[in-house]
Design a protein. Structure first.
Length: 138
């Protein structure tokens, strides 16, 4: 039987066909750093996996309507944050800039969606910012 246990932190992408997926894969470096250095149970008992789905689509693409939102999946004990990344910034970003974009988007999404009584947001933000230098200069 295959192991389907989820990490504490998962990062995924939903991208316009014009966006180079490899440009976004630096986000997987951030996912690795999160899982190596933080435990979600230090911040909440409500869910055990935090999914971040970065969405990046050209605003002129009529086939996709994307928005910034969250979904709590009680059955899988996971929180999904769907976050928007600026298409115009991402399309022209080099690796260093892409890391900054993804980190700042992650931070803003967490601040916006996890500001609840059952999540220790201030401690999580402090710990995230502590990982910033590792990620941005890796």
């Amino acid at each position: 039987m295959e192991n389907t246990e989820l990490n504490n932190f998962e990062i995924s992408f939903a991208l316009d066909k014009d966006i180079d997926l490899y440009k976004f894969l630096v986000g997987k470096q951030f996912e690795r750093l999160l899982n190596e250095n933080l435990k979600l149970s230090d911040y909440t008992e409500k869910f055990s996996t935090l999914f971040m789905i970065f969405q990046c689509f050209d605003s002129e693409n009529l086939y996709f309507y994307v928005k910034d939102y969250k979904v709590l999946r009680r059955k899988s004990h996971s929180m999904e944050l769907y976050s928007l990344v600026s298409y115009n910034e991402a399309i022209h970003a080099d690796e260093k800039r892409m890391k900054t974009i993804l980190f700042n988007t992650y931070l803003a999404s967490v601040e916006s969606h996890l500001n609840t009584k059952d999540f220790r947001l201030s401690i999580f933000l402090k710990d995230l910012k502590g990982l910033a230098e590792l990620f941005l200069n890796e």
